[in-house]
Write a protein that binds this ligand. Sequence first.
Ligand code: PAD
Ligand code: ZN
Length: 367
Amino acid sequence: MRARAAVLTEVKKPLEIWEVDIDPPREGEVLVRVVAAGVCHSDLHYIQGDLEAVLPAVPGHEGAGVVEAVGSGVTRFQPGDPVLFVFRAFCGQCFYCLNGRPALCDFSNPIRRTGRMFDGTTRFHRDGQDVHHILGVSCFAEYTVVPEQGLLKLPADVPLDRAALVGCGVTTGVGAVLFAAGVRPGESVLVIGCGGVGLNVVQGAALVGAGPIIAADIVPQKLEWARQLGATHTVNPKEQDLLEAVRSLTEGRGADYAFEVIGRAETIQQAYAATRKGGTMVVVGLTPMGTAIPLDPLDLLRSEKTIKGTVYGSANLPRDIPRLIELYRLGQLKLDELISRRLRLEEINQGFEAMLAGSVARSIIVL
Ligand code: PAD
Ligand code: ZN
């Protein structure tokens, strides 16, 4: 079949809309009609060359759609099923999966490394040339083919544009609080960077009854959204010294938990500095490959701080994603409020421009 896809042809260039040929799903694969795809900063990292991808390739990893066809051997899905893409397809059987940590499963590493499916070929082509997959999802396209392990079934009554956000930003942000850090009621939280993911760290902190919840961003509108999602205090580091502000709100100690949700060495160092003795700094933001931060081991020892990374909110995906969707249905998790803009596929570069300009929480591509 033929379909339109947004293609990254060269780093630091806008995506191009191509008409591509899409192969039918092979063994263990599923063809999905994409309904909605969120514009996440991780896609921008590929565009900017911060993260490596085999090009040309179709980005997009936060999305939802409807199963169109299944390849041989696929038993868990059938045409018509509403599904969420999982950008870390997991085997369900390895050490990590059995320990409730599917985001650490190595199963989909070959797809991420080569941009090809497990048999070494791609399902997207143009003029006989291979067009590659990114993260095994590639949902900036009208249709995509993914391994069945990269999908979760969604309840029939959840709007797919809102559910799409749970495919990355919501699970990553809320999960960082609930599952990576395990924040408890009354503990103090600092969130540096309140974009699509950081706002979900804020709402995760509100969900568990943390406080104070201090949101920091250099864009005033982001701070306004952070307040709407549960931040008790906001700081614009351009106008106020962040460390001083955090200390003054935590009896001079620093935050119990500081989340960095941008992906910059300087802000990771700020988060570390703003963490209290014995507290935990959580790195959520993706830094460009090769980034290093200086660490004073003596300070680490004396302060007894914990430094933690988190992929996909450290969520047990098949258990936790349905729970997050349920919290949305119960009105306890906000998804509608996160969508600032709906765009058509051909407007996709506007989504990245708006992200860079800081004018959106999330843009959603509606197909
Ligand atoms: P975004 O661009 O929507 O948000 C970034 C926010 O940081 C914006 O609101 C900026 O205004 C703000 N910001 C920039 N510089 C500063 C600064 N110096 N001080 C304070 N605020 C600042 O991105 P996003 O929310 O989509 O993604 C954030 C990061 O999280 C990004 O690096 C992305 O790749 C990463 C991510 N990690 C995972 C994971 O599994 N760990 C998953 C998804 C995304
Ligand atoms: Zn993402």
